[in-house]
Design a protein around this ligand. Structure first.
Ligand SMILES: CCCCCCCCCC(=O)SCCNC(=O)CCNC(=O)[C@H](O)C(C)(C)COP(=O)(O)OP(=O)(O)OC[C@H]1O[C@@H](n2cnc3c(N)ncnc32)[C@H](O)[C@@H]1OP(=O)(O)O
Length: 204
């Protein structure tokens, strides 16, 4: 499930430089599609153009999903990931920072594509981003952890726009890692999360 790839960091950088702008353009396209008031002819023309582009990208495709890769230097990348995937237009993408003590932090701009209640972030999107950040927190990027239980308290609506996530390990017990996290917007904490992450037996 985690695939070793014989690529240097410089080669991975080059691939990111190739495909990163594609993901960024697609995010712009998603936003434009949601917010456009263009008329019949323009939209028909846009659909034809997008279909032509899709065909162009289908020329050479991998089997199945993108997967999680790592190289000899210990760098790991998952370009299709729903929360952080550089090449995935569905992902904001979130960039999780980890401090030396293992605490995590991310700042994300959530636009029209992440709406649930009017003008507010969809609760499932908050859950997605928290789950990922908490998974990174639990793993400390040194071990494999899976979400076992995620408990969310939606305390306040979260307006679309800039949001901040933070998390830390709150305890460990055998193969269980407990993580606390939260997501806040300009009006303070919107969602609080507690998670139990499990180190699978096969990874020990
Ligand atoms: C490095 C890159 C970092 C990337 C971060 C990515 C973040 C993304 C996070 C995800 O989305 S992960 C995907 C969603 N989660 C899953 O798909 C997990 C599916 N479930 C499983 O694979 C297994 O059920 C699991 C690995 C979680 C546990 O299976 P085990 O067979 O290892 O558990 P086992 O029954 O041996 O129990 C071990 C301990 O964990 C406890 N446990 C097991 N399942 C639990 C659960 N679901 N919730 C809470 N605790 C749980 C269990 O009670 C026990 O506690 P004790 O040691 O105290 O007895």
């Amino acid at each position: 499930m985690f695939r070793f790839v014989d690529l240097s960091d410089a080669e991975v950088d080059a691939l990111e430089a190739r495909y990163g702008p594609l993901g960024a353009s697609l995010r712009e396209l998603v936003d434009a599609a949601i917010r456009t008031n263009a008329g019949d002819a323009e939209v028909r023309d846009a659909v034809a153009t997008i279909e032509a582009l899709t065909e162009k990208l289908r020329i050479d495709q991998i089997e199945g999903a993108s997967g999680v890769h790592y190289n000899e230097a210990g760098r790991s990348w998952s370009w299709g990931n729903a929360a952080i995937g550089l090449r995935n237009a569905v992902a904001p993408p979130m960039d999780v920072q980890q401090s030396e003590n293992g605490d995590t932090y991310a700042e994300v701009h959530l636009g029209a594509a992440y709406e649930g209640p009017p003008g507010m972030v969809h609760g499932g999107v908050s859950a997605l981003l928290l789950d990922h950040l908490m998974g990174v927190t639990a793993s400390r990027m040194t071990k494999v952890t899976f979400t076992g239980t995620l408990t969310l308290k939606y305390r306040n609506p979260l307006p679309l726009g800039r949001v901040v996530l933070s998390g830390e390990v709150s305890g460990e017990e055998g193969r269980k890692v407990f993580v606390a996290a939260r997501i806040e917007g300009d009006q303070g904490i919107a969602v609080e999360a507690d998670g139990i992450f499990i180190v699978p037996v096969w990874s020990e």
